[in-house]
Design a protein around this ligand. Structure first.
Ligand SMILES: Cc1cc2nc3c(=O)[nH]c(=O)nc-3n(C[C@H](O)[C@H](O)[C@H](O)COP(=O)(O)OP(=O)(O)OC[C@H]3O[C@@H](n4cnc5c(N)ncnc54)[C@H](O)[C@@H]3O)c2cc1C
Length: 276
């Protein structure tokens, strides 16, 4: 199929993008087009206008502020894979980026587009939750607001973005020198969306430990009890306890998904603590 006819506008600034995006007709913001493009072609989305933010300079900034790494929303997966972004924790961003789809998709798809699309199986939504990222969002009146990743995704394909808002920056706290991470994605073939994701970040310097499960039914599951047990014992909880924790977080998980997530967690921890 082909998309319905739409106008395609390249705004000069974030303020103009937000004004156009709030502009009365049925408008969609487009970043890399790797999720929206297929939806347009299948006519699952039928906007009258596209506001293309991919080339906006303000959305392409990368910064190391000392305490945080800031990534512009339209930085592409391939740029992160290739090391264009400083590490908030050595190697994690490049690892996650390199596991998204295949290179042609990574050359166009953006980190911000992925977060805004809010696919439960998407890699960045789990990784940014594990890293405790904060999203900086611009509104139509020139204002900005900050939303922690844990509150940004409200469910499958649902976020806290209001009409006309544009995601500008992803701000990630930098971890200490002895921090560790694990990220394990189970999928049938390399380049596919995940069947299960487990991610962990352990940063003793900040007294931070988070365990996250992705590719469930909605927003990533943040397993606080498992993180506490990991921080206290330094090792994985037994698989039965992991499954109990998962079912407490999401009672609707079926037994196969629950098992996949528990296996992903064991492998993720084996990456995080290879010698323990
Ligand atoms: C074959 C294939 C395989 C894939 N496999 C994976 C995978 O394994 N893992 C994975 O994580 N992803 C995967 N993806 C998705 C890919 O990562 C997309 O790049 C990503 O989901 C969307 O990013 P985008 O920049 O292309 O966004 P777009 O498609 O342009 O937009 C997606 C949505 O976000 C909105 N949006 C975009 N940017 C902004 C912004 N700055 N502010 C507000 N709203 C915005 C749009 O309006 C739209 O609703 C795959 C895609 C394809 C086609």
């Amino acid at each position: 199929m082909k998309p319905v006819a739409f106008s395609h506008t390249l705004p000069d600034s974030v303020v103009e993008a937000t004004r156009l995006a709030a502009g009365g007709v049925d408008v969609k913001i487009i970043g890399g087009g790797q999720s929206l493009g297929p939806m347009l072609n299948l006519r699952l989305a039928r906007p009258e206008a596209l506001v293309d933010v991919a080339a906006l300079n303000d959305l392409r900034r990368i910064a190391d502020t000392g305490s945080h790494v800031e990534i512009g929303a339209t930085i592409r997966h391939a740029e992160i894979e290739d090391g264009a972004v400083p590490d908030p924790i050595p190697g994690m961003l490049r690892h996650v980026a390199g596991g998204i789809a295949y290179r042609a998709v990574r050359n166009k798809g953006t980190i911000g587009g992925s977060l805004c699309h809010a696919d439960p199986a998407a890699d960045w939504v789990s990784a940014m939750t594990a890293l405790d990222a904060t999203l900086v969002i611009a509104g139509q009146d020139g204002s900005t607001r900050e939303v922690p990743m844990t509150r940004f995704m409200e469910g499958a394909y649902r976020t806290s973005l209001e009409p006309g808002e544009v995601l500008c920056t992803i701000r990630i706290p930098k971890c200490g020198a002895d921090a560790r991470w694990g990220y394990y994605k189970i999928c049938r073939k390399v380049g596919e969306f995940a069947d299960a994701i487990a991610a962990t970040v352990i940063d003793p310097e900040r007294r931070y430990c988070r365990v996250v499960f992705g590719a469930a039914s909605g927003a990533p599951l943040v397993a606080r009890d498992l993180a506490l047990s990991l921080a206290e014992t330094g090792s994985a909880a037994p698989q039965d306890e992991v499954k109990d924790a998962l079912l407490t977080l999401d009672p609707a998980l079926d037994s196969i998904k629950c098992h996949q997530l528990a296996v992903a967690y064991a492998r993720c921890l084996a990456e995080a603590m290879p010698n323990d």
